[in-house]
Design a binder for this molecule. Structure first.
Ligand SMILES: [Zn+2]
Length: 98
């Protein structure tokens, strides 16, 4: 009989610990969700897609901080802007942007 009592006590103890842990986790989650601010979206000037600022590729171009969805878009955008600049510029000014 003593074994059964021990088993029940152990079971109750485990149950209490589990409940405590679950409660703690729920509190943690609430705290986290309260802390995390709404994700700020930025627009990729190349493909016009909106991406979360945190995961965007940042690049300062001509004094302006721009956000891109990936490295490829960033490179394409830089190429595009340098090509636009090339039209009106002489060869000596070609590498100013780079
Ligand atoms: Zn893009």
């Amino acid at each position: 009989m003593s074994r059964l009592i021990l088993f029940i006590i152990l079971f109750l103890l485990l149950y209490a610990i589990l409940r405590y842990l679950i409660k703690d986790m729920a509190v943690c989650r609430k705290k986290l969700s309260r802390k995390s601010e709404p994700e700020e979206l930025v627009q990729d000037p190349y493909c016009q897609t909106y991406i979360p600022k945190r995961s965007a590729v940042k690049k300062k171009i001509a004094g302006r901080l721009l956000y891109f969805c990936n490295q490829k878009c960033m490179k394409n955008y830089i190429n595009q802007t340098t090509q636009n600049h090339k039209k009106g510029l002489t060869n000596s000014n070609r590498f100013v942007m780079l």
